[in-house]
Design a protein around this ligand. Structure first.
Ligand code: GCU
Length: 681
């Protein structure tokens, strides 16, 4: 059967194992829902949609049944007897957490899905459906789970003309031209998909913002989306262009300390809340890559962010202020700038400001050490930004399972409060006892029928949501769930393909940027290799700035004898990175400039190691094709073939990467390729 991938991981395909199906059916004879909010209605609809798919023709509800039924509703809407039964469990849930529990009352067995909020119930419903989709037993079901992070949010870099900055899955799903009257059913499916993984916010427009989004004409359109998303617990946020008071407000300045400017934003915020009473707040990119910001008026990030914070505070809105700043006037090292600009302001931002920091200090490379700001601002709310879309990892054609990358960053130890001060603890607020926490991901969604341009990259949206909910999850178990829900529960499929996904991240590092190389992608579009000098106006956009290859060696010296970026880390980490022998080899050339004949731990020269890594990446890309080719019997024809074609592109381009980089670097190393590395043709 043709499967175009539209249904994502919510495939709800007929459960093949008939014994299991019978078992499930005998325990879910009816759905009793309590409360009639839009969200509870959405819960019932989703359960019906799920059950009719999973149980097929065998599905029917016995309206009379009171034994073996499913109960759903917020705890305050349930009957007293249910409430009493769940009293202890309720104490364990936080925020939008949920309880799924089998209970027995007067001889009647029930599975209860409840929470303090209706959104929590919805999360429980999706979780219950996942249990069925992945064929888990439900006889004794007891799952109590709560999100560990408050703001779990997608950042769409979508423009109002529907182009998507760094988007590889078609045009924007948000059709501003036809909104507010034409409500594409896809908006609802988008909300469902997000709710199913616990995502509770979305910024619908680009960080390189257009002030028009804040005009009444667009706010009406935004309102239409907000109304569709609301039952799914998905809040709308917008990016705010710093110079909007000039562009759409007719003011002469956007100085954040100017009273007219402050008033203008106060009024604008009030107006937005009239359209969208639960509006989430603003995301702001200021004084970054040419965007306007407070520094244009000799003000600083605190002045800028706090101005928005004051306007939003009466409505409980928040400001996500991005720390992605760097300038061509920075003489030494772009990697240092965000820390230098922000850390001195620790403690100065208002409570409803959260500083949004990219996972690494450069820009979403296949591998970067964790950003030194994590853990370094104990008195400031701080959230992480991942890039789900693959700007630097082969667009939508390369299969890279990114939760592995996300997990690597979340597990990195900042040592800011001694050993074990991992990034995840900064992010969930536990390290410094923070009240406002967040995880954001630059979306890889577009209007392609399969949403992400490549069936496999749906797993990155999925995995992002799961890790935003719980940053301590394991990428491998997320891949397991996703494969079962998206394709099949057959272990002979799930196990090898799960391994393929897990390895795919290291594969891309190997054939693009091994051993700490970075930002050597082609200029501007960043697709494909381009370690040579680009035609670029700014030095730090040039790949040579990052690899610094010459006849003596290669790599960026960020130690105390170089840019001293290492000093931005806690002393333990600084020391580790300053010393070449304790620097993990995966970050070698990120921190050190080393001679081509420098010997690595395996006794081989740096040059040989680089060459062998590129070759390894190519071999692994080829192996992915072989692994996939064995799976034809488990996957519908259309998805099987599309994925196969993509893997072939990836293999071809892995060779392109290897050949280009090795030929380029060889001019400097002047060394032969080691045995086992294919000669570029
Ligand atoms: C990268 C990307 C830009 C984007 C920027 C950002 O530099 O190439 O397209 O605008 O990140 O995160 O703001």
């Amino acid at each position: 059967m043709k499967n175009n991938g539209y249904n994502l991981w919510l495939q709800y395909t007929d459960i093949e194992n008939s014994t299991l199906k019978k078992k499930y059916l005998s325990q879910i004879k009816n759905i009793h829902s309590f409360g009639n909010s839009e969200t509870i209605k959405a819960c019932v609809e989703e359960l019906e949609r799920g059950f009719s798919g999973l149980f097929g023709d065998d599905y029917f509800l016995d309206k009379e049944a009171s034994n073996n039924v499913l109960i759903i509703g917020t705890i305050s809407n349930l009957n007293d007897i249910h409430q009493k039964n769940l009293k202890e469990d309720v104490l364990q849930i936080k925020k939008d957490g949920f309880i799924i529990k089998k209970i027995e009352i007067n001889g009647n067995k029930k599975i209860v899905i409840t929470a303090k909020t209706a959104t929590g119930v919805l999360y429980g419903v999706f979780r219950f459906l996942r249990e069925l989709q992945t064929n888990q037993p439900i006889e004794q079901i007891k799952i109590i789970d709560s999100p560990k992070v408050d703001v779990r949010i997608l950042n769409h870099w979508d423009n109002l003309d529907r182009t998507v900055e760094r988007g590889y899955a078609g045009f924007s799903i948000f059709d501003w031209h036809k909104l507010p009257d034409f409500k594409d059913p896809r908006y609802l499916d988008y909300a469902r998909a997000n709710a199913s993984i616990g995502i509770n916010g979305t910024v619908v427009n680009n960080v390189n913002s257009n002030a028009l989004i804040l005009t009444p004409m667009y706010l009406e359109k935004v309102k239409a989306l907000a109304d569709i998303f609301r039952p799914y617990g998905l809040k709308i946020y917008l990016t705010a262009r710093f110079s909007a008071p000039i562009e759409i407000g007719g003011l002469k300045t956007a100085d954040p300390l100017n009273e007219d400017v402050k008033n203008w934003w106060n009024e604008k915020v009030k107006e937005i809340y009239k359209y969208i009473p639960d509006f989430g707040g603003f995301l702001v990119k200021a004084n970054s890559e040419g965007q306007p910001g407070p520094q244009d008026y000799d003000r600083n990030h605190v002045d800028g962010a706090n101005m928005f914070a004051d306007a939003l505070a009466p409505f409980k809105g928040i400001v996500m202020w991005r720390a992605f700043v760097y300038s061509e006037h920075n003489p030494t090292d772009r990697a240092k700038q965000a820390y230098t600009e922000f850390v001195p302001y620790d403690g100065k931002f208002k409570d409803n400001v959260i500083i949004q920091v990219k996972n690494g200090a450069i820009d979403f490379q296949p591998r970067e050490p964790f950003h030194p700001m994590f853990g370094a601002m104990p008195n400031t709310n701080l959230m992480i930004e991942f890039q789900i879309t693959q700007e630097y990892m082969g667009g939508a054609t390369h299969l890279v399972y990114q939760p592995k990358l996300f997990q690597e960053v979340l597990e990195a130890d900042t040592y800011r409060k001694g050993k074990g001060s991992i990034v995840a603890k900064v992010i969930d607020g536990s390290l410094h006892n923070k009240k406002l926490t967040g995880v954001s991901g630059v979306s890889n969604i577009g209007n392609d029928i399969n949403w992400t341009g490549n069936h496999f990259l749906q797993s990155n949206w999925y995995g992002f949501g799961r890790l935003a909910w719980n940053p301590y999850l394991d990428a491998k178990s997320i891949a397991d769930e996703w494969l079962r829900m998206t394709f099949t529960n057959e272990n002979d499929f799930v196990n090898p393909i799960k391994n393929m996904m897990i390895d795919s991240r290291e594969t891309v590092v190997n054939y693009m940027t091994p051993l700490g190389l970075h930002h050597i992608m082609a200029t501007n579009h960043h697709y494909g290799p381009g370690p040579w000098v680009g035609n670029l106006s700014r030095p730090e956009w040039n790949p040579v700035y990052y690899h610094k290859a010459n006849e003596k060696g290669v790599g960026f010296n960020r130690t105390k004898t170089g840019s001293n970026a290492t000093a931005q880390y806690a002393p333990e980490v600084e020391e580790m990175f300053n010393n070449v022998s304790t620097t993990p080899e995966i970050y070698l050339l990120w921190f050190h400039h080393l001679p081509w004949d420098y010997k690595l731990k395996n006794g081989k020269t740096l040059w040989n190691n680089i060459a062998l890594k590129y070759q390894q990446g190519v071999n692994e890309a080829e192996n992915m094709i072989s692994s996939w080719n064995l799976m034809e019997q488990y996957v519908d024809e259309s998805r099987f073939k599309e994925i196969q074609m993509m893997l072939n592109i990836q293999y071809k381009e892995a060779k392109w990467w290897r050949d280009s980089c090795l030929l380029y670097f060889q001019q400097f190393s002047k060394m032969k390729l080691p045995d086992g590395v294919e000669k570029p043709n």
